[in-house]
Ligand binder design. Sequence first.
Ligand SMILES: [Fe+2]
Length: 154
Amino acid sequence: MNQIGLDEQKAIKLSQKLNELLANYQIFYMNTRGFHWNIKGNKFFELHLKFEELYTDSQIKIDEIAERILTLGHTPLHTFQDYLGLAKVKQAKNVSDGNEAVSEILNAYKVLIPLERELLNLSDESDDEGTNALMSDYIREQEKLVWMYSSYLN
Ligand SMILES: [Fe+2]
């Protein structure tokens, strides 16, 4: 048992998976900042603001994920080298087209949401209600964002 009463081996597995999610979120965060800065065209004001909302939200989630890892008794990754080695979300460089930025965001959710579902199952099997509740909030919010960003492209 660890300090919050969870099986130690399960806490290790959960922390590793949460570190994977953290790594992907850090790349996603930096991508959305780039979109916020570099976007051009007649949707500038709309998207500049929307991307700010997204990176602000990601910043909160990054902190929540890292602190969940600490709560489980482990150490969150905190170097970009580690993040790049682990993340499946690709770095997006010099994207100034609105539709391209939105497509990149949708691609990132194809990585993030399945990873969160894996964590949802793993936390369920591990009786880890704290991680479970966090993941179910993220999944619900992001599924809605996928609907909205997909509607933007159609
Ligand atoms: Fe700004």
